[in-house]
Design a protein around this ligand. Structure first.
Ligand code: C5P
Length: 330
């Protein structure tokens, strides 16, 4: 019997892009949140050797570049295990949509493979393998509401936001993450700042690469419950906590380079807001967007409206850390 794992998606509740480092990666500050929409991963060990990736979606690579392959290869080596490994990926989430699906698939593979091998990696080995394969993998070793820094791979559990209704929208536009970072550098990067005399004259002004500081202050206000002056635990806790975060001024910097190139994505954000989203944003570098809604009815209505307008959308909910770990493996 293969081991089955649910591979949940994530959204970014704000994302600030900092400077590009010598290793080519940018400093980031973001809050990740897992959501209940998922792909399914099946892992089975048999006689023989090699790793086979099976997926009906032709956009998912079946070779050693696949994140599941890369993680599985490292897990087998670390645990000194041999055999023929078959990984089956059933896709529901968009490929390269900013929902971390490929990264989540890889972490789900790691957890399912440990179960299949009846062996476990040390927590630090899990984290090292995840961070080695991609910046967005480690958050899936935490789940729930997670702060990400460094290139996004340094993760810290935050006080969990209670589950809240959420709409995921999947526009057909394709956004490449490395390209979005390049666009960011061109528009707001340090080199640009020093080349542009107008910007040089205004160096005291906030530039693109300064957004990490305001975001970290906003996050601090949110976590200490002072951004609205309203105690975070009064009233409807889920919504109060969330509104505190929104009022603290979270934004996704990628919107500043992705929306001008793909105006249809800004339109989707506007539809989500018009339909009553308390907060709507691009997730990661897109092209998926999400809206956070006060009720299941308003979320279902917004998803139906978008789908009718030709943008596939799904009403779901955010996933707390406890529910994430309770349901990832059967
Ligand atoms: O680590 P990951 O596979 O997600 O990164 C994909 C690409 O995105 C990197 O090769 C890099 O060009 C860009 N990136 C970046 N800064 C980050 C994360 C990713 O520039 N913090």
């Amino acid at each position: 019997m293969p081991v089955t794992a649910r591979s949940y998606a994530k959204i970014n509740l704000g994302l600030a892009i900092g400077e590009r480092r010598d290793n080519g990666f940018h400093d980031l500050l973001t809050v990740y949140q897992t959501v209940a929409a998922y792909d399914t991963i099946k892992v089975a060990m048999g006689k023989g050797t090699g790793i086979e990736i099976r997926c009906r979606d032709p956009r998912v690579p079946a070779d050693e570049s696949n994140t599941c392959y890369r993680v599985a290869d490292r897990v087998l080596r670390k645990l000194k295990q041999r055999g023929k490994l078959t990984i089956t990926i059933e896709k529901n989430l968009p490929v390269q949509g900013g929902l971390g699906a490929g990264s989540s698939n890889a972490v789900a593979t790691m957890l399912a493979l440990e179960r299949e091998l009846k062996d476990r990696l040390l927590p630090m080995d899990r984290l090292n393998i995840a961070a080695d394969v991609g910046s967005d993998l480690p958050l899936f070793l935490v789940g729930g509401t997670v702060m990400g820094i460094g290139r996004g791979e340094q993760v810290f559990p935050l006080e969990d936001l209670p589950a809240i209704h959420c709409v995921l929208a999947f526009p057909k536009s394709a956004v490449s993450t490395p390209e979005a970072f390049l666009d960011w550098d061109e528009k707001y990067g340090e080199d640009h700042k020093y080349r542009d005399p107008a910007k040089l004259a205004k160096l005291t002004q906030t530039t693109g690469s300064d957004t990490i500081n305001p975001f970290s202050r906003a996050l601090f206000s949110w976590l200490t419950g002072t951004s609205t002056g309203v105690p975070a635990r009064s009233g409807d806790r889920a919504e109060t906590l969330l509104l505190d975060l929104v009022r603290a001024g979270i934004e996704n910097d990628f919107e500043r380079v992705v929306f001008p190139k793909h105006p249809e994505l800004r339109d989707v954000k506007r539809v989500l807001e018009r339909e009553g989203a308390r907060y709507a944003s691009l997730s990661g570098s897109g092209s998926a967007l999400y809206g956070l809604f006060p009720s299941a009815e308003s979320a279902a209505q917004a998803a139906a409206k978008l789908t009718k307008e030709g943008v596939p959308a799904q009403a779901t909910a955010t996933l707390t850390r406890a529910d994430y770990w309770r349901s990832i493996l059967d």
